[in-house]
Design a protein around this ligand. Structure first.
Ligand code: T3D
Length: 265
């Protein structure tokens, strides 16, 4: 399926959303954000059908994941306050949709992930990288501050010292270093990335979706919650997961010494 500057492939219960403007390294334009939002709408529309989506993978077309905000577009509309306006009206609703997905999100970082592109990549529950990929807090290079949630995510993922260094200096962070810092999950040889990412994403798509969706929510909320609040959230989540058909199937499969067949409900 084609959307504005984005394409969507459906492979069973797995959806693969590709940012699709390779001429500008998939720089994010308002058009692209509209296209990606429409793609998420198409996925939501399948909820409750007999072919619901149970995992989303996000990647980039061509040699880049995304070079961040499209600076050509920005150059055409240099109104004071424009950057903040676009963040509030376009980027944030999209990022919230990614954060609140009821199934896992895998980011396959096939090349550079700069600025907002880095923030989008780090929304992944699993961030998988090509060996030649790199991250760039590009904002300071153009006199902007890090945005799209990166000042929230980065210190929590890699600590303040590394987060502020990346943001102040704007130096490249190679995939291997990102792995050593615990910012990403796995690094693959370039030509192996997409195959490995698809395999892992398919495995997630065949998992106990109710529990997996709740797991990602638990981790999003744990950054903000007190220990007491998190204990409560675990109880509420476990009540929901424990009542799912997949939990029943998981236990039954264990007792019968066979692989579980999860239906996602
Ligand atoms: O205002 C708001 O919207 C607020 C939100 C802000 C969020 C942000 O993301 S701000 C950060 C924006 N991004 C950047 O500042 C990164 C700009 N790009 C680069 O620094 C470099 O392109 C890279 C380091 C990412 C990659 O370098 P390289 O040498 O591999 O590629 P290149 O030759 O620079 O780029 C290839 C083409 O893509 C080139 O076009 P051309 O010359 O072939 O016609 C280049 O202009 C274009 N391109 C790359 N990045 C962008 C872009 N075009 C528009 N916007 C871009 N961000």
């Amino acid at each position: 399926m084609q959307f504005e500057r984005a394409s969507l492939e459906i492979d069973g219960a797995l959806a693969i959303l590709s940012m699709n403007h390779p001429q500008v390294l998939n720089a994010v334009s308002e058009e692209m954000l509209k296209g990606m939002t429409a793609a998420l709408d198409a996925l939501d529309a399948r909820a409750g059908s007999n072919q619901p989506i149970r995992c989303l993978m996000i990647t980039g077309t061509g040699r880049a994941f995304s070079a961040g905000a499209n600076l050509q577009e920005r150059g055409q509309a240099p109104l004071p306050g424009r950057a903040g306006h676009v963040l509030e009206t376009q980027y944030h609703p999209f990022l919230r949709r990614l954060r609140d997905l009821p199934y896992p999100l895998v980011a396959a970082v096939n090349g550079v992930a700069a600025g907002a592109g880095m923030s989008i990549a780090l929304m992944g529950d699993l961030v998988l990288c090509a060996r030649s990929a790199y991250f760039l807090q590009a904002f300071r290079r153009i006199g902007l501050v890090p945005d799209c949630g990166s000042t929230w995510l980065l210190p929590r993922l890699i600590g303040r010292a590394r987060a502020i260094e990346l943001s102040l200096l704007g130096e490249r962070l190679p995939a291997e270093t990102a792995l050593a810092w615990g910012l990403v999950n796995r690094v693959y040889d370039d030509d192996a990335l997409m195959g490995a990412a698809r395999k892992l994403a398919q495995e997630l798509a065949a998992g106990p979706t109710v529990a997996l969706g709740l797991i990602r929510r638990l981790y999003w909320e744990s950054s903000e919650n007190s220990h007491e609040e998190q204990l409560d959230l675990e109880v509420r989540s476990q009540r929901i997961a424990g009542a799912s058909a997949d939990s029943k199937e998981g236990v039954q499969a264990f007792l019968e010494k066979r692989p579980a067949k999860f239906a996602g409900v």
